[in-house]
Design a protein around this ligand. Structure first.
Ligand SMILES: NC(=O)c1ccc[n+]([C@@H]2O[C@H](COP(=O)([O-])OP(=O)(O)OC[C@H]3O[C@@H](n4cnc5c(N)ncnc54)[C@H](OP(=O)(O)O)[C@@H]3O)[C@@H](O)[C@H]2O)c1
Length: 275
């Protein structure tokens, strides 16, 4: 996708995969300062939070909302190169949901998972004034995630004065409670890796999708395969649904613009992703 963007923009640049262990992360990031002609970098699982101490700064949005960075830019400074962290997952998901007209303020957005991608989804919910709920196999981890957002929640337009954000967590194993949450859900976001590389695996019993209102939108962050079992079932129930490719495209497009200062050639990037 990025190489297609470089070609379309006539930039003589390459995008390389640098597999990196946690032990090697500090040295890998330090190398960004030393190597010539680096435009920037992406950071992915499992280093999106672990990379923060090795950067000189991160955008307030990435720190405040997610504590996770997926894009690094380089900035020339008198004392040398400064490395700045950004999070393009949040605006990418925001763009997908806006394009789908997926909500209005106060509607419920339910997130499956409690990792970095789930944090981005909760951030988007709060930014848009939606009402975030979490479904997790470890409810304590969901409560911790929501607790981290508490200061922002105070100012969210979707908040009711009596609401307790940390109570909005459902145990994935509690089918009855899960069905009840889905009944009031406008947007369901699947933010676990379940379904990656499999057309059969699903994070929840697929029959439960019947509980969603008919105008609900289901978004699976998994993009490989492009249509997961969850998305296939949601479409079969007549719901609107999408796999994770549009988010992957938009986070990559935002990163491209941060690195190059150029508009992202979306058509070429989308075509490369589809190949
Ligand atoms: N489309 C996009 O642009 C985009 C962007 C970001 C991420 N993603 C995708 O989103 C997915 C999650 O990414 P992430 O960074 O959030 O990963 P992560 O930080 O590792 O978090 C994964 C989450 O999934 C839960 N989980 C894993 N296996 C599970 C299972 N069998 N049953 C129930 N819950 C399970 C984990 O629960 P525990 O904490 O209990 O282990 C954790 O809450 C990945 O597939 C990633 O590729 C896509």
């Amino acid at each position: 996708m990025q190489e297609a963007a470089f070609r379309a923009s006539q930039l003589a640049a390459r995008y390389e995969l640098w597999e990196t262990t946690s032990e090697a992360l500090a040295a890998r990031i330090a190398a960004l300062r030393a190597l010539p002609d680096i435009l920037g970098a992406n950071v992915t699982i499992p280093h999106k939070t672990g990379v923060l101490p090795f950067l000189d700064a991160a955008t307030p949005e990435s720190l405040y909302f997610t504590q996770a960075v997926n894009t690094i830019t380089l900035e020339a400074a008198p004392a040398g190169i400064r490395l700045i962290g950004h999070n393009t997952d949040v605006p990418a998901l925001q763009r997908v949901l806006r394009e789908e007209h997926a909500w209005s303020a106060g509607k419920r957005l339910t997130v499956l998972g409690t990792g970095g991608a789930a944090r981005a989804a909760v951030a988007v919910a709060l930014l848009e004034g939606a009402d975030p709920w979490i479904v997790a196999r470890r409810p304590a981890s969901g409560r911790n995630l929501l607790a981290a957002f508490a200061p922002h929640w105070q100012h969210s337009p979707g908040r009711q004065p009596t609401d307790d954000l940390e109570e909005r967590v459902v145990d994935l194993a509690n089918t009855e409670a899960l069905a009840a949450v889905l009944e009031g859900t406008s947007v369901l976001i699947q933010a676990t890796p379940i379904g990656t590389g499999s057309r059969a695996a699903s994070p929840l019993p697929l029959r439960l999708l019947k509980q969603l209102p008919p105008d609900a939108f289901v978004f699976d962050m998994v993009y490989n395969p492009p249509v997961t079992a969850l998305i296939e079932a949601a479409l079969a129930f007549g719901l609107r649904a999408s796999g994770g490719l549009p988010m992957l495209l938009y986070q990559g497009a935002a990163a491209f613009t941060l690195w190059t200062g150029l508009p992202a050639p979306l058509d070429q990037m989308r075509a490369a992703l589809r190949q």
